[in-house]
Design a binder for this molecule. Sequence first.
Ligand code: 5FU
Length: 260
Amino acid sequence: VASNKRFEERAKIAVNPMATKLFNLMASKKTNLAVAADLTNKQEILNLAESIGSEICVLKTHIDIIEDYDQTFISALEAIASKHNFLIFEDRKFADIGNTVKYQFENGVYQISKWAHMVTVHGVAGSAIIEGFKDGLKQNGSGLLLLAQMSSKGSMCVGEYTNQMIEMANNNKEQVMGLICQERLQSMTDNLVLMTPGVQFNSTGDKMGQQYNTPEYIIKEKNTDIIIVGRGIYQNSQPKTEAIKYRAASWNAYESKNFN
Ligand code: 5FU
């Protein structure tokens, strides 16, 4: 099933403000590459962000793996993000009851709602989890990304569960900006940003269940919008050169679609 609309057009259909912002950013910067900066040292993440920032639309963090975290990290990352024009995605995978995720989103060491433009959410607890984000999302017009499918072997986010996540997204358009998925399904409407992890040129997987596809396969054949690349870029000896290659591959795959 093809979405036959360009990102510029989808920006106008999007309901969540961060979805609009991201569609417009991709269209103007001409990149649908997101990088997963899974490094455990704050300076290493900042160095990576500075070197590849010009190539990406989104930088994805796992803030709780950083060993020397403090709040200076956030202001430094925000400065690089605004200099290079990319958004910050905290892949927190919230999964608790609404009242608890509200604390996890707004409070604690990381105060994620203050700086993350988007965060991931599992639907196992039921759609009322979204209530827990409503206040925090308003602070910056941020958005939720619902986990509709995962890249890992044996993932249980399949079949009817996936359908329920799509329905949850369609029922909460103000809060939900998109989906984490491995393919575009017919019920995934054009207002949602579809982001796909598990992407690498030269590997089919790792020893802990990760499964990889190529940028071309994901964007052209599976018809999602954004590739998320981690080790394929940050573990390369020349991350910038490699990011340029992933950017070109995923953007060319996008441009090769049939738009009307
Ligand atoms: F939701 C998901 C998923 O289904 N698969 C993932 O791999 C998230 N991820 C994240 O994308 C994961 O937590 C890593 O941060 C990143 C993939 O990193 P890699 O080094 O490219 O395998």
